[in-house]
Ligand binder design. Sequence first.
Ligand SMILES: *Cc1c(COP(=O)(O)O)cnc(C)c1O
Length: 365
Amino acid sequence: MKELIKRAHNFSAGPSALPLEVLQKAQEELTDFRGNGMSVMELSHRSAAFEEVHNQAIATLRSLLSISEDYEVLFLQGGASLQFSMVPMNFLQPDKSAAIVMTGAWSEKALEEAKYFGQPYEAASTKAENYRRIPTFDELKYKPSDAYVHITSNNTIFGTQWNDFPDTGDVPLIADMSSDILSKPFDVNKFALIYAGAQKNLGPSGVTVVIIRKDMIDKANKNIPTMLRYSTHAKNNSLYNTPPTFGIYMLGQVLEWAQGIGGLEAVAKRNQEKAALIYDAIDASQGFYVGHAEPNSRSLMNITFRVSNEELEKKFLAEAKKEGFVGVNGHRSVGGCRASTYNAVPYESCLAFREFMLQFQKVNG
Ligand SMILES: *Cc1c(COP(=O)(O)O)cnc(C)c1O
Protein backbone atom coordinates (compact mmCIF):
# COMPACT_ATOMS: atom_id res chain seq x y z
CA MET A 1 0.00 0.00 0.00
CA LYS A 2 1.23 3.48 -0.83
CA GLU A 3 1.88 5.68 2.16
CA LEU A 4 -0.31 8.74 2.42
CA ILE A 5 1.89 11.66 1.51
CA LYS A 6 1.21 15.04 3.00
CA ARG A 7 1.47 17.56 0.17
CA ALA A 8 1.16 21.31 0.67
CA HIS A 9 -1.54 23.31 -1.09
CA ASN A 10 1.09 24.97 -3.27
CA PHE A 11 -0.10 28.21 -4.89
CA SER A 12 3.41 29.56 -5.47
CA ALA A 13 4.03 31.71 -8.54
CA GLY A 14 7.20 29.89 -9.53
CA PRO A 15 8.94 27.61 -8.98
CA SER A 16 5.61 25.96 -8.42
CA ALA A 17 3.79 22.70 -7.95
CA LEU A 18 4.84 19.62 -9.93
CA PRO A 19 2.55 16.64 -10.47
CA LEU A 20 2.94 14.13 -7.62
CA GLU A 21 3.02 11.26 -10.14
CA VAL A 22 6.01 12.87 -11.84
CA LEU A 23 7.89 13.30 -8.58
CA GLN A 24 7.22 9.70 -7.62
CA LYS A 25 8.40 8.40 -10.98
CA ALA A 26 11.57 10.48 -10.67
CA GLN A 27 12.10 9.10 -7.18
CA GLU A 28 11.66 5.54 -8.40
CA GLU A 29 14.17 6.05 -11.20
CA LEU A 30 16.57 8.20 -9.24
CA THR A 31 19.38 5.83 -8.25
CA ASP A 32 19.16 3.47 -11.22
CA PHE A 33 17.79 5.16 -14.29
CA ARG A 34 16.32 2.51 -16.57
CA GLY A 35 19.01 -0.09 -15.94
CA ASN A 36 21.97 2.27 -16.46
CA GLY A 37 23.19 1.79 -12.88
CA MET A 38 23.25 5.52 -12.29
CA SER A 39 20.87 8.46 -12.04
CA VAL A 40 19.91 10.50 -15.07
CA MET A 41 22.04 13.32 -13.57
CA GLU A 42 25.12 11.14 -13.82
CA LEU A 43 24.65 10.17 -17.46
CA SER A 44 26.81 11.78 -20.13
CA HIS A 45 24.80 14.25 -22.15
CA ARG A 46 26.35 12.52 -25.18
CA SER A 47 25.09 9.07 -24.16
CA ALA A 48 22.40 7.25 -26.09
CA ALA A 49 20.34 6.98 -22.87
CA PHE A 50 20.28 10.74 -22.38
CA GLU A 51 19.77 11.44 -26.04
CA GLU A 52 16.60 9.38 -25.86
CA VAL A 53 15.34 11.41 -22.88
CA HIS A 54 16.14 14.65 -24.71
CA ASN A 55 14.55 13.68 -28.03
CA GLN A 56 11.52 12.18 -26.33
CA ALA A 57 10.88 15.46 -24.51
CA ILE A 58 11.06 17.34 -27.82
CA ALA A 59 8.76 14.85 -29.50
CA THR A 60 6.18 15.03 -26.71
CA LEU A 61 6.16 18.82 -26.79
CA ARG A 62 5.77 18.74 -30.58
CA SER A 63 2.86 16.37 -30.25
CA LEU A 64 1.09 18.29 -27.45
CA LEU A 65 1.32 21.65 -29.25
CA SER A 66 1.12 20.28 -32.83
CA ILE A 67 4.43 21.95 -33.67
CA SER A 68 5.22 21.59 -37.37
CA GLU A 69 8.56 20.88 -39.02
CA ASP A 70 8.82 24.61 -39.77
CA TYR A 71 9.92 25.06 -36.15
CA GLU A 72 12.85 24.02 -33.99
CA VAL A 73 12.33 23.18 -30.32
CA LEU A 74 15.29 24.26 -28.18
CA PHE A 75 16.14 23.72 -24.52
CA LEU A 76 18.25 26.63 -23.31
CA GLN A 77 19.43 28.08 -20.01
CA GLY A 78 19.33 31.54 -18.46
CA GLY A 79 15.57 31.57 -17.88
CA ALA A 80 13.01 33.69 -19.65
CA SER A 81 15.10 36.64 -18.47
CA LEU A 82 17.93 35.78 -20.84
CA GLN A 83 15.38 35.61 -23.67
CA PHE A 84 14.54 39.27 -22.94
CA SER A 85 18.11 39.93 -24.15
CA MET A 86 18.62 37.11 -26.64
CA VAL A 87 15.57 38.02 -28.72
CA PRO A 88 16.68 41.60 -29.48
CA MET A 89 20.34 40.55 -29.70
CA ASN A 90 19.42 38.17 -32.52
CA PHE A 91 16.79 40.21 -34.32
CA LEU A 92 17.31 43.93 -33.65
CA GLN A 93 19.83 46.41 -35.00
CA PRO A 94 20.60 49.97 -33.94
CA ASP A 95 18.34 51.46 -36.64
CA LYS A 96 15.61 48.85 -36.35
CA SER A 97 12.44 49.02 -34.25
CA ALA A 98 10.41 46.43 -32.36
CA ALA A 99 6.89 46.79 -30.97
CA ILE A 100 6.46 45.65 -27.37
CA VAL A 101 2.96 45.22 -25.95
CA MET A 102 3.11 46.40 -22.36
CA THR A 103 0.96 44.26 -20.09
CA GLY A 104 3.05 44.06 -16.95
CA ALA A 105 6.42 43.86 -15.24
CA TRP A 106 7.80 41.19 -17.56
CA SER A 107 6.93 43.20 -20.69
CA GLU A 108 8.78 46.13 -19.14
CA LYS A 109 11.88 43.97 -18.89
CA ALA A 110 11.53 42.81 -22.51
CA LEU A 111 11.39 46.49 -23.54
CA GLU A 112 14.34 47.55 -21.38
CA GLU A 113 16.63 44.83 -22.69
CA ALA A 114 15.72 45.56 -26.31
CA LYS A 115 17.00 49.13 -25.82
CA TYR A 116 20.57 47.78 -25.76
CA PHE A 117 20.23 46.58 -29.34
CA GLY A 118 17.74 48.74 -31.22
CA GLN A 119 14.66 50.89 -30.98
CA PRO A 120 11.84 49.19 -29.13
CA TYR A 121 8.65 51.15 -28.57
CA GLU A 122 5.33 50.50 -26.87
CA ALA A 123 2.83 48.87 -29.20
CA ALA A 124 0.17 49.47 -26.54
CA SER A 125 0.17 49.78 -22.78
CA THR A 126 -2.33 49.32 -19.98
CA LYS A 127 0.09 50.60 -17.35
CA ALA A 128 -2.10 53.64 -16.62
CA GLU A 129 -4.78 51.15 -15.53
CA ASN A 130 -2.30 49.29 -13.33
CA TYR A 131 -2.17 46.53 -15.94
CA ARG A 132 -5.69 45.38 -15.15
CA ARG A 133 -6.40 44.25 -18.68
CA ILE A 134 -4.98 43.02 -21.96
CA PRO A 135 -5.27 45.61 -24.77
CA THR A 136 -7.74 44.89 -27.58
CA PHE A 137 -6.32 44.02 -30.99
CA ASP A 138 -7.49 47.44 -32.21
CA GLU A 139 -5.24 49.15 -29.71
CA LEU A 140 -2.07 47.46 -30.98
CA LYS A 141 0.21 49.70 -33.00
CA TYR A 142 3.06 48.25 -35.01
CA LYS A 143 4.68 48.84 -38.39
CA PRO A 144 5.58 46.55 -41.28
CA SER A 145 9.23 47.55 -40.76
CA ASP A 146 9.34 46.34 -37.13
CA ALA A 147 11.70 43.45 -36.45
CA TYR A 148 9.00 41.87 -34.30
CA VAL A 149 5.96 42.37 -32.09
CA HIS A 150 6.44 41.05 -28.55
CA ILE A 151 3.67 39.98 -26.20
CA THR A 152 3.49 38.37 -22.75
CA SER A 153 0.74 35.76 -23.01
CA ASN A 154 0.11 35.58 -19.28
CA ASN A 155 1.03 38.26 -16.78
CA THR A 156 2.14 36.36 -13.74
CA ILE A 157 2.27 39.35 -11.42
CA PHE A 158 -0.92 41.20 -12.42
CA GLY A 159 -3.02 38.12 -13.18
CA THR A 160 -4.09 38.83 -16.75
CA GLN A 161 -3.98 36.56 -19.79
CA TRP A 162 -4.55 36.86 -23.53
CA ASN A 163 -7.60 34.82 -24.61
CA ASP A 164 -6.67 34.95 -28.26
CA PHE A 165 -3.60 36.07 -30.19
CA PRO A 166 -3.39 38.71 -32.91
CA ASP A 167 -2.46 37.89 -36.46
CA THR A 168 0.48 40.21 -37.16
CA GLY A 169 0.91 39.21 -40.80
CA ASP A 170 4.50 39.53 -42.00
CA VAL A 171 5.74 41.07 -38.76
CA PRO A 172 7.10 38.22 -36.61
CA LEU A 173 5.09 37.69 -33.44
CA ILE A 174 7.16 36.72 -30.41
CA ALA A 175 5.67 35.64 -27.08
CA ASP A 176 6.89 35.16 -23.55
CA MET A 177 4.66 32.25 -22.51
CA SER A 178 6.51 31.42 -19.30
CA SER A 179 3.46 31.29 -17.10
CA ASP A 180 0.79 29.76 -19.33
CA ILE A 181 2.41 27.55 -21.95
CA LEU A 182 0.76 24.13 -21.95
CA SER A 183 -2.27 25.45 -20.03
CA LYS A 184 -4.56 25.30 -23.09
CA PRO A 185 -4.35 24.57 -26.82
CA PHE A 186 -3.23 27.42 -29.10
CA ASP A 187 -1.99 27.82 -32.66
CA VAL A 188 1.80 27.83 -32.69
CA ASN A 189 1.73 28.89 -36.36
CA LYS A 190 0.82 32.46 -35.37
CA PHE A 191 4.25 32.85 -33.79
CA ALA A 192 7.78 33.30 -35.05
CA LEU A 193 9.23 32.53 -31.62
CA ILE A 194 7.85 31.41 -28.27
CA TYR A 195 9.85 31.15 -25.08
CA ALA A 196 9.07 29.93 -21.59
CA GLY A 197 11.04 29.33 -18.43
CA ALA A 198 10.06 25.85 -17.28
CA GLN A 199 9.40 26.50 -13.61
CA LYS A 200 5.72 27.49 -13.86
CA ASN A 201 3.99 24.89 -16.03
CA LEU A 202 6.72 22.71 -17.47
CA GLY A 203 9.07 21.40 -14.81
CA PRO A 204 11.82 22.59 -12.50
CA SER A 205 13.74 25.84 -12.99
CA GLY A 206 16.88 25.72 -15.11
CA VAL A 207 15.44 24.92 -18.54
CA THR A 208 13.99 27.44 -20.96
CA VAL A 209 11.93 26.13 -23.84
CA VAL A 210 12.24 28.03 -27.12
CA ILE A 211 10.08 27.24 -30.14
CA ILE A 212 11.51 29.10 -33.11
CA ARG A 213 10.46 29.21 -36.77
CA LYS A 214 13.35 28.15 -38.97
CA ASP A 215 13.35 31.29 -41.14
CA MET A 216 14.02 33.34 -38.00
CA ILE A 217 17.18 31.34 -37.32
CA ASP A 218 18.44 32.14 -40.81
CA LYS A 219 17.79 35.85 -40.61
CA ALA A 220 19.22 36.42 -37.13
CA ASN A 221 22.27 38.63 -36.59
CA LYS A 222 25.58 36.80 -37.04
CA ASN A 223 27.97 39.01 -35.08
CA ILE A 224 27.00 37.85 -31.61
CA PRO A 225 28.57 35.41 -29.12
CA THR A 226 28.22 31.75 -30.00
CA MET A 227 26.16 30.76 -26.96
CA LEU A 228 23.68 33.57 -27.58
CA ARG A 229 22.86 32.64 -31.18
CA TYR A 230 19.74 30.58 -31.73
CA SER A 231 21.50 29.02 -34.72
CA THR A 232 24.17 27.45 -32.47
CA HIS A 233 21.56 25.60 -30.45
CA ALA A 234 19.44 24.69 -33.45
CA LYS A 235 22.43 23.21 -35.29
CA ASN A 236 23.37 21.13 -32.25
CA ASN A 237 19.93 19.96 -31.10
CA SER A 238 20.50 22.04 -27.91
CA LEU A 239 23.58 19.94 -27.12
CA TYR A 240 26.26 22.47 -28.08
CA ASN A 241 27.33 22.51 -24.44
CA THR A 242 26.14 20.55 -21.41
CA PRO A 243 22.42 21.14 -21.08
CA PRO A 244 20.49 21.00 -17.78
CA THR A 245 20.01 17.25 -18.11
CA PHE A 246 17.93 16.62 -15.01
CA GLY A 247 15.64 19.52 -15.81
CA ILE A 248 15.11 18.22 -19.34
CA TYR A 249 14.31 14.77 -17.95
CA MET A 250 11.75 16.29 -15.56
CA LEU A 251 10.31 18.44 -18.33
CA GLY A 252 9.82 15.29 -20.41
CA GLN A 253 8.02 13.63 -17.52
CA VAL A 254 5.71 16.61 -17.03
CA LEU A 255 4.91 16.64 -20.75
CA GLU A 256 4.06 12.93 -20.66
CA TRP A 257 1.89 13.54 -17.62
CA ALA A 258 -0.05 16.22 -19.54
CA GLN A 259 -0.46 13.81 -22.42
CA GLY A 260 -1.57 11.07 -20.04
CA ILE A 261 -4.38 13.14 -18.53
CA GLY A 262 -5.80 13.78 -22.00
CA GLY A 263 -3.66 16.45 -23.63
CA LEU A 264 -4.21 20.19 -23.70
CA GLU A 265 -8.00 20.12 -24.16
CA ALA A 266 -8.32 18.18 -20.92
CA VAL A 267 -5.72 20.34 -19.18
CA ALA A 268 -7.58 23.51 -20.25
CA LYS A 269 -10.89 22.19 -18.95
CA ARG A 270 -9.32 21.35 -15.59
CA ASN A 271 -7.71 24.78 -15.41
CA GLN A 272 -11.03 26.51 -16.12
CA GLU A 273 -12.78 24.54 -13.43
CA LYS A 274 -10.02 25.19 -10.92
CA ALA A 275 -9.89 28.93 -11.53
CA ALA A 276 -13.68 29.20 -11.51
CA LEU A 277 -13.77 27.90 -7.94
CA ILE A 278 -11.73 30.87 -6.77
CA TYR A 279 -13.08 33.56 -9.11
CA ASP A 280 -16.61 32.59 -8.09
CA ALA A 281 -15.69 33.08 -4.44
CA ILE A 282 -14.43 36.57 -5.33
CA ASP A 283 -17.48 37.46 -7.44
CA ALA A 284 -19.98 36.18 -4.90
CA SER A 285 -18.34 38.06 -2.03
CA GLN A 286 -20.16 41.38 -2.65
CA GLY A 287 -16.96 43.36 -2.50
CA PHE A 288 -15.31 41.58 0.42
CA TYR A 289 -12.77 40.22 -2.08
CA VAL A 290 -11.85 42.45 -5.02
CA GLY A 291 -10.30 40.91 -8.14
CA HIS A 292 -7.46 42.88 -9.74
CA ALA A 293 -7.98 41.90 -13.39
CA GLU A 294 -10.92 42.97 -15.52
CA PRO A 295 -13.14 39.90 -15.96
CA ASN A 296 -12.44 39.43 -19.68
CA SER A 297 -8.68 39.61 -19.09
CA ARG A 298 -8.58 37.24 -16.12
CA SER A 299 -5.76 34.75 -15.96
CA LEU A 300 -6.54 31.10 -15.32
CA MET A 301 -3.01 30.72 -13.96
CA ASN A 302 -2.55 33.59 -11.49
CA ILE A 303 -5.59 34.82 -9.61
CA THR A 304 -4.89 38.23 -8.10
CA PHE A 305 -7.18 39.90 -5.60
CA ARG A 306 -7.36 42.08 -2.52
CA VAL A 307 -9.30 41.75 0.68
CA SER A 308 -11.09 45.10 0.71
CA ASN A 309 -10.14 45.87 4.30
CA GLU A 310 -6.36 46.11 4.72
CA GLU A 311 -6.26 44.87 8.29
CA LEU A 312 -8.36 41.90 7.28
CA GLU A 313 -6.06 41.25 4.36
CA LYS A 314 -3.14 40.80 6.73
CA LYS A 315 -5.24 38.45 8.80
CA PHE A 316 -6.36 36.58 5.67
CA LEU A 317 -2.78 36.00 4.54
CA ALA A 318 -1.66 34.94 8.02
CA GLU A 319 -4.53 32.49 8.39
CA ALA A 320 -4.07 31.12 4.88
CA LYS A 321 -0.47 30.38 5.76
CA LYS A 322 -1.48 28.74 9.03
CA GLU A 323 -4.01 26.57 7.19
CA GLY A 324 -1.28 25.29 4.89
CA PHE A 325 -1.84 27.38 1.76
CA VAL A 326 1.60 28.23 0.43
CA GLY A 327 2.54 31.22 -1.73
CA VAL A 328 -0.69 33.21 -1.53
CA ASN A 329 1.00 36.58 -0.92
CA GLY A 330 0.85 38.90 -3.92
CA HIS A 331 4.08 39.84 -5.72
CA ARG A 332 6.18 42.31 -3.75
CA SER A 333 5.55 44.98 -6.41
CA VAL A 334 1.75 44.73 -6.28
CA GLY A 335 0.78 43.45 -2.85
CA GLY A 336 -2.51 41.79 -2.03
CA CYS A 337 -3.16 38.13 -2.68
CA ARG A 338 -2.34 35.82 -5.55
CA ALA A 339 -3.24 32.18 -5.99
CA SER A 340 -1.25 30.58 -8.79
CA THR A 341 -3.24 27.66 -10.12
CA TYR A 342 -0.82 26.20 -12.65
CA ASN A 343 -1.42 22.87 -14.41
CA ALA A 344 -0.03 20.74 -11.59
CA VAL A 345 -2.03 22.39 -8.79
CA PRO A 346 -4.75 19.85 -7.94
CA TYR A 347 -8.45 20.63 -8.16
CA GLU A 348 -8.68 19.65 -4.49
CA SER A 349 -6.26 22.41 -3.49
CA CYS A 350 -8.36 25.00 -5.32
CA LEU A 351 -11.51 23.65 -3.70
CA ALA A 352 -9.88 23.80 -0.26
CA PHE A 353 -8.78 27.39 -0.88
CA ARG A 354 -12.27 28.36 -2.02
CA GLU A 355 -13.70 26.86 1.18
CA PHE A 356 -11.13 28.78 3.19
CA MET A 357 -12.10 32.04 1.44
CA LEU A 358 -15.82 31.48 2.05
CA GLN A 359 -15.24 30.57 5.68
CA PHE A 360 -12.95 33.56 6.26
CA GLN A 361 -15.57 35.91 4.88
CA LYS A 362 -18.31 34.30 6.95
CA VAL A 363 -16.35 34.86 10.15
CA ASN A 364 -14.87 38.28 9.31
CA GLY A 365 -17.24 39.81 6.75
C1 LIG B 1 8.66 33.94 -14.25
C2 LIG B 1 8.57 34.73 -15.48
C3 LIG B 1 9.71 35.27 -16.11
C4 LIG B 1 11.09 35.16 -15.52
O1 LIG B 1 11.57 33.89 -15.68
P1 LIG B 1 13.05 33.50 -15.22
O2 LIG B 1 13.10 32.06 -15.67
O3 LIG B 1 13.12 33.67 -13.74
O4 LIG B 1 14.01 34.35 -15.93
C5 LIG B 1 9.53 35.96 -17.29
N1 LIG B 1 8.32 36.12 -17.84
C6 LIG B 1 7.21 35.63 -17.26
C7 LIG B 1 5.87 35.84 -17.91
C8 LIG B 1 7.30 34.92 -16.07
O5 LIG B 1 6.19 34.42 -15.49
